[in-house]
Design a protein around this ligand. Structure first.
Ligand code: GCV
Length: 633
């Protein structure tokens, strides 16, 4: 059946679907049958009927070689399930809304995108429609993703102009056959920018009428349009607070414009004002008091952690603070803070960790910030395809284990389970945590591009909460941000037993110790080592893990096509150099405060002065090339 695997396309463009894509059919049910045939599964029985009481929308039953579904899209999901040999049973999605968020700008750049330019070719649309749109839709359908936000949350108002809406409708037409609804990120000041209204106040009748007319215009073009995603009053974006209104008033006004059409507003809770309050507390402080005030078709979209997609964060306490409001989690698939497209970091373990703390059924939906671009293989790093895949699979079933998912992905992508590679990928995220920010350290990245280390970074005039010393608080006594009762008391925003555990230096999980506490350098860790020695040990452990990944990958050479093998091998070599760079930068810098020597066996390759002089000189939109990195370090 997976004979198709032999035909592995070495440019990676087929992703995990290693057989020739069938031509599009008239209905999803017919497409399901075509996929099964194309994958070499022949003609299993496919029954679509609305009488299967056990099925929620999109769900399906596999019994022997029969697929039962209550809709054509359910049948298509069932077909892809069979193709990945998912086994028998009844399969329902955990969430009805499983969305990718693209941070794609209208000029083709992608904010925090590291796999080329946007796949949306706005200049060519609507007359010319790239075949990639359908390939994209099919790949998403194969893992159960059913919604996409086409553009950046730092949204250009132009996306709502009629000219762009016609282009959006052309894309939506390509996605629809695969069960994917199109959403747009909108700029709250759009009525002012596009039509010169004097205000965007959500209670102003002319503003309300503008958004209602805009919604009518959109639905006339795209009858199944999903709705809006909004970043408001965050990092310079306009919002209702500019007019003395609350987030709820802003969100509800948009929700009412969409309600008659069945649309949804996803309203982001990623806010932090330049106030004195600990940044980790701010989303909670601003949104928790609004609990219960949002309309039913608003979902508050909350990043998994309270700060910003760090390699490890505790879950956001806002998930504990809102009970009468629909909530969804936002994960970041693109690796802004995890080595971008140079480093291997399989992220399912991070997302599962979140679901171990936040009950999946307490959420209404899920979103992931996409990691794809116009690279031939979509994600630049070949193994980063697994993160797109894993996001879709966890969005369908948050209870799936990261191991199950990675083995599924490997089997489909490489036609086998290359020895040691699943284990390597499963260990990769923890390795990144170790060599970048162990023990709860966070946000000690270089300013702007978020790639390399810069724990020393101070920029005159910059917001303190954009700079590393705000987060690590290194001094002669110790390291870490005191968020216990003696500090910012962010720990108290959590439900019990977490509040007490996080707030107590002796009970706080060591993985998060420096997130919640300012810990003395000679504090005894569970290993018996001092904090300083433990920190050194973790950085070293991360570096050695990457060296081990390189060996594993070399040994898997026979099981991987040569082009992909060489590509990943080169990226792993960069990752190892970067891990050394992180270790040296952080230990040499923090060592100035601890005044303690490096333990035996840790030998820096650089001096602190050399590392402080490194300036990548890149923008937010680029991942540094290996050549650039080598020339600077
Ligand atoms: C889209 C972080 C990123 C920004 C991003 C922002 C957000 O701050 O660095 O690039 O902007 O999060 O999620 O809105």
């Amino acid at each position: 059946m997976l004979a198709a695997a032999v035909a592995f396309a070495t440019d990676g463009s087929q992703l995990w679907l290693q057989y020739d894509a069938p031509a599009p059919e008239a209905t999803p049910e017919l497409t399901a049958r075509a996929e099964l045939r194309a994958a070499g599964l022949g003609d299993p029985t496919v029954i679509v009927s609305d009488t299967f009481a056990a099925l929620r929308p999109g769900g399906f039953i596999i019994a022997g070689d029969t697929i039962k579904a209550s809709s054509g899209i359910g049948a298509l999901y069932g077909a892809f399930h069979m193709i990945r040999r998912g086994g028998e049973g009844t399969f329902n999605p955990a969430y009805q809304l499983r969305a990718l968020n693209h941070w794609d700008n209208l000029d083709g750049t992608i904010e925090r995108g590291y796999a080329g330019s946007s796949i949306w070719l706005w200049d060519e649309l609507p007359d010319s429609v790239s075949p990639r749109y359908r390939q994209y839709a099919r790949a998403n359908a194969s893992i159960g993703i059913n919604a996409t936000v086409l553009n950046n949350v730092n949204a250009s108002p132009a996306i709502l102009s009629h000219d762009y809406l016609v282009k959006v409708a052309a894309i939506a037409g390509q996605l629809r056959p695969y069960g994917i609804r199109t959403f747009l990120a909108v700029n709250f000041a759009s009525p002012m920018v596009l039509d010169s209204l004097p205000t965007a106040d959500p209670l102003d009748p002319a503003v309300i009428a503008w958004w209602q007319a805009k919604a009518d215009e959109i639905y006339a073009l795209i009858p199944d349009f999903g709705g809006f995603l909004v970043k408001a009053n965050s990092e310079g974006q306009p919002g209702p607070c500019d007019f003395g209104r609350t987030h709820a008033e802003g969100a509800n006004m948009l929700a009412q414009a969409l309600a008659a059409h069945g649309g949804t507003v996803m309203w982001r809770a990623f806010v932090y004002s330049p106030s004195d309050a600990d940044r980790a507390k701010q989303a909670y402080l601003e949104f928790q008091p609004l609990d219960g005030q949002f309309d039913p078709n608003v979902i508050v979209q909350i990043k998994n952690g309270p700060i910003d997609f760090q390699p490890r964060e505790p879950y956001s306490p806002l998930f504990d603070g809102m009970h009468s409001t629909a909530r969804m989690v936002e994960f970041q698939i693109t690796q802004e803070y995890l080595g971008q497209s140079n480093h291997m970091a399989y992220l399912a373990p991070m997302w599962s960790e979140f679901f171990n703390s936040v009950e999946p059924s307490s959420l209404q939906a899920i979103a992931g910030v996409s990691n794809i671009g116009d690279s031939a293989n979509w994600t630049a790093h070949p193994l980063a395809q697994a993160n797109w895949y894993a996001f879709g699979r966890l969005a369908w079933d948050p209870g799936l284990s990261p191991e199950t998912i990675v083995r599924e992905w490997l089997a489909q992508t490489f036609g086998n389970d290359p020895r040691g590679v699943a284990e390597m990928m499963l260990a990769s995220r923890e390795a990144v945590v170790d060599y970048m920010m162990p023990l709860g350290l966070h946000h000690i990245f270089a300013f702007g591009h978020h790639y390399g280390p810069e724990p020393w970074c101070e920029i005159e005039g910059a917001r303190p909460d954009w700079l590393p010393p705000y987060y690590h608080r290194a001094d002669s006594i110790g390291l870490g941000f005191d968020r216990s009762a003696s500090g910012s008391d962010a720990a108290a925003q959590y439900r019990e037993p977490w509040a007490s555990a996080f707030g107590d230096i002796n009970r706080c999980p060591e993985e998060l110790l420096l997130w919640f506490h300012h810990v003395p350098w000679d504090h005894r860790m569970r290993s018996g080592m001092t904090l300083w020695d433990e920190l050194c040990h973790r950085y070293q452990r991360g570096l050695e893990a990457v060296a081990g990944f390189r060996r594993t990958w070399d040994e898997a050479r026979q099981s991987i096509d040569p082009k992909t093998h060489a590509d990943v091998a080169a990226r792993l070599a960069t990752q190892e150099k970067d891990a050394r760079w992180w270790r040296d930068a952080c230990l040499l810098y923090f060592g100035q405060f601890s005044g303690m020597p490096l333990p035996d066996g840790i030998q820096p390759n650089h001096t602190l002065e050399e590392l402080k002089a490194v300036d990548l000189g890149i923008s937010n939109f680029e991942c540094p090339s290996p050549e650039l990195l080598d020339s600077l370090r």
